[in-house]
Design a protein around this ligand. Structure first.
Ligand code: GLC
Length: 440
């Protein structure tokens, strides 16, 4: 491998020629609730019969089994899967187009947690009276918050998500490293040690997701939050033109410059980065919990099964901060059969379905007690770091113009990572742009 010597100076890592270090970061943003749109629509949850379920591509292969369980018990109210693309922005685009056309093609929407304000303010999704969701009090409160707009519920959290640092236990052990890194500098140092092993040939140090899409907003936010900065402050005001934000962004920029992050990572979304880790090309990977189950498959699809573990994301001076991810199921305002829709959502939110889902897919449940189940903890050692990641996570900006906000963040981050715009200019321009978009 080509983790050569480098000298970490200041906040950065230093250069190396082939591949080298970098780290993950943490994220954050405060919550703010800008607004637009008028009163919230409470469509009555009436009508029974067939429904559809629109969701991003199912990378687990397990979703059809969950839907089959519902369909077997509800022959007159069957759900049909409408699979959308893998990337979050492309999913949002299709859902927005359907909503603008007032289409009833999608009944239940599997919504990224960051879309709630926009969809609710535009009355594209139906307000759900809390008493229609019997298990709501059993779900992690931060996940329930993601489904609210102006204190009203518009969805039910079915999966949460917290960033994790996947690392190669075999190589760290062989290099004499006893514990995973807690900071970016430690991660860099670990990469340098591992680089001396013959097994490290051709490997890079680290990757996250750096293609220009929602995942870049996540990785950028995590880098900034893990350096003590914010995207928006506690009052919801944009706050990216700060030394902390600059330090966080520079960690990523320097990672690309030094080769700690491989060049190809500028094209990575979740799946590309997972494949790179599974192919043995990365020592460290920032990704979501779903990777745990797939990277451990022993059917030949993963070269690292049994050779990795997970830890909290690293930060500048200690553990980093994840961006809060996850998905809420919502009901399209223009759909028919909303009584069936809410029953289906409650079925998928149930402890039994969430347990089946984590067992098959390692996706993060929203049902709090599952994290403390001793059998699951034994079976899934990532549950403790995952719970910590989710409880310590920061939400991305909670704003009606989220689509514009994330596009601005993605553009600024992408230009900085590509080296076309200096980090401080990218951040000061982004600050101006965010101030025009977030006006509450
Ligand atoms: C995951 C997260 C989601 C996030 C997306 C970014 O699906 O659950 O919240 O926006 O990744 O790619």
């Amino acid at each position: 491998m080509r983790f050569e010597r480098s000298h970490a100076r200041g906040t950065a890592f230093v250069a190396v020629a082939g591949s080298l270090v970098l780290l993950a970061a943490a994220c954050g943003s405060g919550d703010n609730g800008s607004s637009s749109g008028g009163s919230s629509s409470t469509g009555a949850l009436d009508g029974r019969g067939p429904i559809t379920f629109a969701t991003g591509k199912d990378t687990s292969g397990f979703l059809p089994k969950q839907l089959a369980a519902w369909n077997a018990a509800h022959p007159n109210e069957k759900v049909e899967l409408k699979e959308l693309p893998e990337d979050a922005d492309a999913q949002r685009q299709q859902m927005v187009q359907n909503a603008q056309a007032k289409s009833d093609a999608f009944t239940v929407l599997n919504m990224d947690v960051v879309w709630t304000s926009e969809f609710a303010a535009n009355q594209w999704i139906t307000q759900i009276p809390e008493d229609k969701v019997p298990d709501l009090g059993k779900l992690i409160p931060a996940t329930v918050e993601t489904a609210k707009y102006r204190d009203k519920l518009y969805g039910v959290p079915i999966t949460s998500d917290g960033g994790l640092l996947y690392y190669r236990t075999d190589l760290l052990t062989k290099a004499g490293i006893a514990a995973p890194p807690k900071t970016w500098d430690e991660m860099l140092a670990d990469c340098q040690k591992v680089a001396t092993l013959p097994e490290a040939k051709g490997m890079s140090c680290y990757s996250g997701q750096f293609e220009k899409y929602e995942g870049l907003t996540v990785n950028f936010s995590e880098a900034i939050n893990s350096a003590g900065g914010d995207i928006v402050d506690k009052d919801g005001k944009p706050n990216v033109n700060t030394p902390e934000a600059k330090a966080g962004l520079e960690e990523l920029v320097n990672g690309f410059k030094t080769g700690a992050i491989p060049k190809a990572a500028i094209t990575y979304k979740e799946e590309e980065s997972r494949r790179a880790f599974q192919d043995g090309k990365l020592l460290f990977l920032r990704n979501w919990p779903y990777v745990y189950s797939l990277a451990n498959k022993t059917d030949g699809s993963s070269k690292v099964a049994g050779k990795f573990a997970v830890a909290p994301l690293p930060g500048k001076t200690g553990p980093g901060v994840s961006s809060l991810g996850g998905h809420d199921y919502a009901i399209n305002s223009f759909a028919k059969n909303k009584a069936t829709a809410i029953d289906f959502i409650n079925f998928m939110a149930s402890e039994a379905r969430q347990k089946a889902n984590i067992e098959a897919t390692s996706q993060a449940p929203t049902w709090a007690s599952l994290y403390d189940d001793p059998t699951l903890q034994k079976q899934f050692p990532y549950l403790a770091p995952l719970k910590a990641s989710i409880l310590g996570a920061k939400p991305r900006p909670k704003v009606v113009k989220y689509g514009d906000v994330t596009a601005a963040i993605q553009a600024a981050a992408y230009d900085a990572l590509n080296g076309t715009v200096a980090p401080d200019k990218a951040l000061s321009d982004l600050q101006t742009k965010l101030q025009s978009l977030i006006t509450n």
